[in-house]
Design a protein. Sequence first.
Length: 233
Amino acid sequence: MSRSRLTLAGTALLAAFALAACSADEKPGGAADRAEAKDGGGKKAGPAATKPITRDLPQGAITQALMGDGEALPAYSLHGDKGVMETTYCNGQDVEGAPKGWVRGGDASYEYQGSTLNMADVYVCLFESPADAHAVYTAMKGAKDKPHKPSKPIGDEAALLINPNGTEDYIKGISRSGKAVIEVRLSGGAGAGEDPTGTEAMLAATLKRLQQVQDGKPATATATGERAAVTAP
């Protein structure tokens, strides 16, 4: 075989390898997605983090992502209106001022069977970067309580805290996806005792709704639908 034919064959072979590599990266879970899904601590994200929150979502999008009546768990109804988050809450601790990288946030509360004694609260905090969000996620999780992993991955990192700080009938769920942090608190009702499925379902539903509005779609995910997925075998 002549040198020119060898050169052409080698070029074609290299082109085939390059095309295969590009195709692999374009598929969900490819190298490009895995690199984008790394969290602020440098750890690789779980399989549910294929669409991290990366956009600078406006206040209206965050409000839309918060669940309304009929979208939270059964027997829960929206308490008042969806609100604009105060910066001090997203610090993860009782200090004044906004945390590093703070952009904006929103919150909503839900009554259980019309009672304000048993409530569910959802908070969404948006930051400038995944690293800023990771720092706040870590602060919210704290170091005193043993975190439990959700039954299925929720975002880049997530934790469930059952009766944190020695309290009773209180379960907290925290998740970070890209540069967004979500916290859900259930006291009494569906969140009582040792059953974290209600908290997990509301956490997963809120993240899916954020992903939907980020993609320019209506927020349709519900906590009831996510709870069915959580409790499925």
